[in-house]
Structure formats: C-alpha cells, structure tokens
Design a protein around this ligand. Structure first.
Ligand code: PMP
Length: 434
C-alpha cells in the first residue's frame, strides 16, 4: 500500500511551490500513485480506468513490462552520453522509427517535447524555403513555447507577448461548428480554399509552410472532412511551402486505420512531428523529415543535449515493438468502432450531446446547452467528467470552451473496458443532463 504524503499535503506543497497556473480537473483533487497498463490507482487504493492516458502520453500501457525492462537495462548500462559520441541505442531506434514512415521521411531528429519538435519543424520549413510566412489552423494547439504559441490558435493558450509574427491562421475544418457541415461532401475542398485565400491575401504569395494536426487534439478531437489536407497541401506546395504534420496526439496507430493520422487523409507530409505516445510517458519527441530538407539544416550547428538520450531511445524502440507485437493499431480500430457506435447511441438518448466523432481510440463528445444554437456546454462537460471520476473512469476535456470530452485510453484497452466506458458515460451524462 501507498505510504507517501496525503493528497492534502501534496496539494499544499503544490500551491506553495509549483506553478500557480496549473489547473486541476476535479473539485476533490485526484492524486495518482500507481499505474499498470490501462489502470491507475489513487493513494487510497481505488482503481480507475485511464480513459485519457495521461493526455495521450501513455500509449502502450502504464509501466508496460517490455518498456520498463528496456529502460532498466539501459539505466544500468549507460544513462547518458551526448550526440558528439556514437551511441548505438539512438541509431537503432532511428532506423526502426524511420521504417514506420512513408516516402522519403527517413531522417530523425530527437528532442524532448512536442513544443520543441514543432519549433524545430518551423525552423526547418523557414530554412529550407527561405520564406517566412506559415499557415496554421484556428483551434489548433502546437505548443507552449513562443513558436508553439504562435502556431496555436486558441486565445486561452496565447500570452500577450510577441509571438505570432508571420503565422496566419486558416479557418478550422470543423464540420460540427464550421460553415460546411457533415452533409457537405465537398467540405474538405471548400475549407482548404481558405488556405489559398490566406496565401493570396496575407503573404507575399510564397510561404515557408503549413502545419496541421491530423485530428485536432486540444481543440476537441475535431476530425477533418475527407480531402481537406490533400487540397490544403496542394495550395501550400504551389506557393513553395512545405507541409508539416503534427502527429503528437494522432501517431503510432491510435487512429486505428493507419499508423499515422495524416495517412487517413491520403497525404505524405514533408516534416512530421511526434511526442507524447512516442515515449509511453518518457520525455521523448521527434521530428522526421526528408534528406533534402535535413541537408539544409547542416548550414549551422544543431545540437540538443538530451535529444536521443540512450534511456529514452530504448524506451521509444520498446514502444514500437509493443505496438507491433500486440497488434495495438488493430485493437484501436476494432474498439474505436465499437465505442463510436456506442457514442452514437448515447447521442440519440441524451440531448446535451451535440456531436460525437473520432477515429480509433481518439473519440470526442461535444456538449451543448441547446442543439439548435450549439451554445457550448462547458459546465455540462465538467459535470460529466466529475461524475465519471466518481464511477471510476478518468476522461479528458478539450475545445476552446472545454465543452468536449476526450476519450483516448492506453491502446491496450479491452472490449470489457470499452463497455465499461460506455456504461459510465451513460450514467454520468444522464445525471449531468437532469
Ligand atoms: N502538439 C500537439 C498536437 C499537442 O497536443 C501538444 C501538447 N498538448 C503539443 C504539440 C506540445 O507538446 P508538449 O506539451 O510536449 O510540448
């Protein structure tokens, strides 16, 4: 049993010594002290199904034995060198990671967070093209550092400091709230017209690049209409820009049909950024690009002290092995379909649900006060999340108004867990909607 400090003690320490801007989801703060695969435990021994996987970082399961064993072996051999020496773990890992990517995407840069990965991708795009302007999407999240904040387009995450110079935000291809809805078969092409319009009106006509998540994460698991990225990429490439896919939340098989989220839109980017699930909770992130783009970056020194550290490299390698061996992508597909069918039924029964959507084990439920006006149901969403916790299920929130529940459990979820999620949601939503 757990013998450390109480939740009240930890809360007091946090309030005194940690970033006061950190937020807590629950009225009664939850403290987690143990994790095993898809489950976590609080200090009283109560078990929860982790429906959000530490915000999508725990991909193959908490403390997965294969990952832990790899980390332990490396920790006892050599923990750190730097890139000025040859190091076998990172070389093997890069080869394995590159084997998962299509086309010429074969050169890996390792960094420590998604924000850093996107910062580096932005640098690559600008250095390679010699252009400066970049197009990102409204409602996107790409990081909390200055360049990440520049590409992010939700006011809640943007501080009032100079950061967005040269970044333009196109209309979000958001079928539920945008002008082109689910009933418009041509919505993907139409939303992409705004990218072209920005190039024509807000830039010199040439751009460095375009960045998009393959499904919006923080924005509330917004799935783009068919063909959106294809058309957007065409406009960007015609203006000399490179295309960056932010796979921080969508990569590594989570979307079920494909290993990478961009593949379900039928495109191949020039630069791919990864974080979160890549390390199953370890601070590992990567940028993968083509030899041609990478060559341009050799103009100057590029160095990252911890990027590609041996311990995180063997962890990353073990994660890829587990996804293959345990067929986790297929599991995401099967259980994702089962869950989405269940969510459709919940939508039919509960009027506070405005929309359900998602791919694989990346599913969203958007709450509204009124289905006609679509007024965001922030408090309803918060109440459902709170109710679900009492019933033993942890969920994520998303969307500009925190109106959307995000379901993204570790990919080792079972069918029984999926049915548990649906049963809990039914009860939690029913109680919130009363
Ligand atoms: N891109 C996306 C799509 C993300 O969701 C996040 C984190 N929420 C980031 C980038 C930034 O990652 P990090 O927090 O590791 O810097």
């Amino acid at each position: 049993p757990y013998t450390g400090p109480s939740a009240a003690e930890v809360l007091a320490l946090r309030q005194r010594y940690l970033n006061p801007g950190l937020f807590l989801y629950y009225k009664r703060p939850l403290m987690l002290v143990e994790g095993k695969m898809q489950y976590v435990w609080d200090e009283t021994g109560r078990r929860y199904l982790d429906g959000i996987g530490g915000i999508l970082t725990v991909s193959v399961g908490h403390c997965h034995p294969h990952v832990v064993a790899a980390a332990n072996r490396q920790n006892e051999t050599i923990q750190h060198t730097t890139t000025i020496y040859l190091q076998p773990a990172v070389a093997h890992y890069a080869e394995k990671l590159a084997s998962k990517l299509p086309g010429d995407l074969k050169v890996c840069y390792f960094v420590n967070s998604g924000s850093e990965a996107n910062d580096l991708a932005l640098l690559m795009a600008r250095a390679y093209t010699g252009a400066y302007d970049v197009i990102a999407l409204r409602n996107a999240y790409h990081g909390g550092n200055a360049s990440g904040m520049s590409m992010t387009a939700q006011s809640t995450w943007k501080f009032n400091v100079p950061h967005s110079f040269g970044v333009h935000h196109a209309v979000a291809p958001y079928p539920y709230r945008g002008v082109y809805g689910y009933d418009d078969a041509d919505a993907g092409r139409k939303y992409a017209e705004d990218v072209k319009s920005l190039i024509d009106h807000a830039t010199p006509g040439r751009v460095a690049g375009f960045i998009a998540e393959s499904i919006m994460g923080v924005g509330g698991f917004v799935v783009f209409p068919h063909g959106y990225l294809h058309h957007a990429y065409e406009h960007v490439r015609a203006a000399g820009g490179v295309c960056i896919a932010d796979e921080v939340q969508t990569g590594f098989g989570r979307t079920g049909t494909h290993y990478w989220g961009f593949e379900s839109q039928g495109v191949i980017p020039d630069i791919v950024t990864m974080a979160k699930g890549i390390g199953n909770g370890a601070p590992l992130a990567a940028v993968v690009t083509t030899p041609k783009i990478a060559a341009v970056l050799t103009q100057k020194v590029h160095f990252n002290t911890f990027g590609g550290n041996p311990v995180v490299s063997v962890i990353g390698q073990a994660v890829l092995e587990v996804i293959d061996r345990e067929n986790l992508q297929a599991n995401c597909l099967t259980l994702g379909r089962h869950l989405l069918e269940g969510l459709e039924k919940l939508k039919a029964r509960h009027a506070i649900i405005g929309d359900v959507r998602g791919q694989g084990l990346m599913l969203g439920i958007e709450f509204v006060k009124d289905r006609v006006t679509k007024e965001p149901g922030r408090e309803l969403c918060a109440q459902v999340v709170e109710n679900a916790r009492e019933l033993g299920l942890l969920l994520g929130k998303g969307g500009l108004w925190s109106q959307t529940i995000r379901i993204a459990p570790p990919m080792c979820l079972t069918r029984a867990d999926a049915d548990f999620i649906l049963a809990v949601l039914d009860e939690a939503i029913g109680a919130a909607g009363k």
